[in-house]
Design a protein around this ligand. Sequence first.
Ligand SMILES: *Cc1c(COP(=O)(O)O)cnc(C)c1O
Length: 435
Amino acid sequence: MAEVYFCQMNLTERDKKFIWHPFTQQKNMLPSIAIKNAKGSLLFDEDGNKYIDAISSWWVNIHGHAHEYIAQKIYEQALQLEHIIFAGFTHKPAVELAEKLIKILPGNFSKIFYSDDGSTSTEVAIKMAIQYWWNQEQSTVNSQQSIVRRIKIIAFNNAYHGDTFGSMSVSDRSVFTLAFHSLLFEVIFIDTPTEENIADTKLLISAHENDIAAFIYEPLVQGAGGMKMYDAGLMDELLQYIKQQNIICIADEVMTGFGRTGKMFASEYMQTQPDIICLSKGLTGGTMALGVTACTEKIYNAFLNDDAHKTFFHGHSFTANPIACSAAVASLELFESEKSLQKIQWITEQNIAFAKQLRQLNGIKNVRVLGTILAFEIMQGDDVYLNNISAAITKKALDKSVYLRPLGNTVYIMPPYCITEYELQKIYAVIMELI
Ligand SMILES: *Cc1c(COP(=O)(O)O)cnc(C)c1O
């Protein structure tokens, strides 16, 4: 009976029956578009419409959708070994990926800890940093010179580090977190650095000097916070100051990693490098969920002990999943064979030229570019996520075959690196038409 009933419905209707979508008010929700397949920068829906994916499918895709090389590697790995418990066992894809990452990560990273996605990668980073100080304190409990553990964390206002409780705690208190504020742990929030505020920020940090365990930040671009960009020189100055206080620096490169900002990692724009770095989204070329938290020898050594209590008791069922790791290895190989960094450079130049054009226009403000990311605000309503101009723009752009998903009144593009000149120009043209 049920089967007959479902056959009469299209996918969108069947979706509505049993599925609850993320970040979506289900009441009066617009019908979800059923995507049948995708190739390169193009998405094809069940009704035969095609759209240019201007935002890389929630910022994850980098080499294009349904890439044959990555697909092949996933297939081969799935036939070979699809999953193995990662405590007491290891496998080639995890080892190869760790070797490749250590080679390209900025700074002195020496260990790779795997998890499932961006939120778990930051959650792991926060727990590592907190336990780092706890382990230090344990070491000195019975000795003369005692280290008091530090438990406070600094984060930026307007930050986004994920949706689990720890990552929510270090994120901006916003509409995303409103229902949970009383349950989130306390964090010292500072503004992203400007000439005007950097001296005061340093004063604030020094007032808490011996309490601060870690500082977590999205280097140079605050993604979900509205693609807000800030200065690399000032960030370097701030990082240097913070590191001098022995505070563990955690770079959340979940969005900025793998070429997004014009360099392989946004941290490369600074001299001062983090102690911990979080990766996900583009890690597997956007094909499989996988998180990485890389740390320096200093952090790792604080856990290396005969005392079992100092173990890092964290892990997920799918930690270092072999298929996901294979996809990530394949994606890194593509950076070389497809000369991705050159394509990124080309997109950056196109973005800079288009930004010049945009700055001539009225009705928009704060036009900015960093690498493949271009963003600006539409001056209509408030600068908030719930500004409903977003849905209107998405709808209008879809009608013109481009997929955009503004963050409130912040319109941005972040295309896959395989985007063609025609496709990129088409996105620019649709944006011009819309504003
Ligand atoms: C998307 C994002 C996260 C969360 O990643 P998920 O995979 O969605 O859990 C964390 N930090 C940053 C900077 C992000 O952009």
